[in-house]
Design a protein around this ligand. Structure first.
Ligand code: ZN
Length: 223
């Protein structure tokens, strides 16, 4: 695995599915990324000041948020596994929320999807084409529009507008998610560099100003 990744491209944001891992596994990988970073610095001289500034692993406040989010997602996914839901169950709850199971998806993808709804809420229809459904993309670290049968759409947003998950009545009666206030978090947190490939949702110049630069830093309002 390590040999298949170009050393200088290795970061939390470039490891596919990193955020779906258990927190302990994420921490183990973080250490390897830091070791790799040290190795690169030894190997070659980095003259470009910008390159030096890219954080490869998250720290401080971002890390706290990522930890909370990761533990919440793991906990919910474990609960969902215990419910032994079948594909038709997922179909039912997704349909109630105007979603669907995509062609190549099985139980584990459905668990990821439902956990995302429970923790962060259900994304509203695409703000650009108004009809498409937004699905999380682990490569691009954003919710991407699936388009419609008639037309494709490239809209993506790391934190789209959302509403709380609608739980079917008989599920609620059986104690599904009883006592939990949904959504559990206001928005999804991302590791450093994750917004590098983000597309703007609209073409308005105002939104373009907020477009992140190559290095994952926003041009304004960077916290
Ligand atoms: Zn769309």
């Amino acid at each position: 695995f390590w040999k298949s990744v170009r050393k200088d491209e290795l970061s939390e944001a470039t490891i596919y599915g990193f955020e779906a891992l258990e927190w302990v596994d994420q921490e183990m990988l973080r250490e390897k990324i830091i070791l790799n970073e040290k190795e690169i610095k030894k190997d070659e001289e980095l003259n470009d000041a910008d390159v030096k500034d890219i954080p490869l692993v998250s720290s401080g406040k971002v890390k706290e948020a990522l930890k909370e989010q990761s533990e919440m997602l793991s906990e919910i996914k474990k609960e969902l596994v215990e419910f032994k839901l079948k594909l038709k169950d997922f179909e039912e709850v997704f349909k109630a929320n105007d979603y669907y199971i995509r062609e190549d998806e099985g139980i584990s993808e459905c668990i990821e999807q439902l956990a995302d709804f429970i923790v962060f809420g259900v994304p509203s229809k695409c703000p650009k084409c108004k009809e498409g459904t937004l699905f999380y993309d682990y490569t691009e670290h954003a919710y991407k529009c699936d388009g419609t049968d008639e037309k494709s759409c490239v809209a993506s947003d790391p934190n789209p507008e959302r509403h709380s998950l609608d739980i079917p009545e008989d599920w609620a009666e059986n104690g599904f998610l009883e006592g939990r206030k949904l959504p559990m978090l206001k928005e999804r947190s991302y590791p450093p560099g994750a917004h590098v490939k983000m597309d703007t949702v609209t073409d308005y110049p105002r939104d373009r100003i907020r477009r992140p630069t190559r290095f994952g830093k926003h041009l304004e309002n960077e916290e």
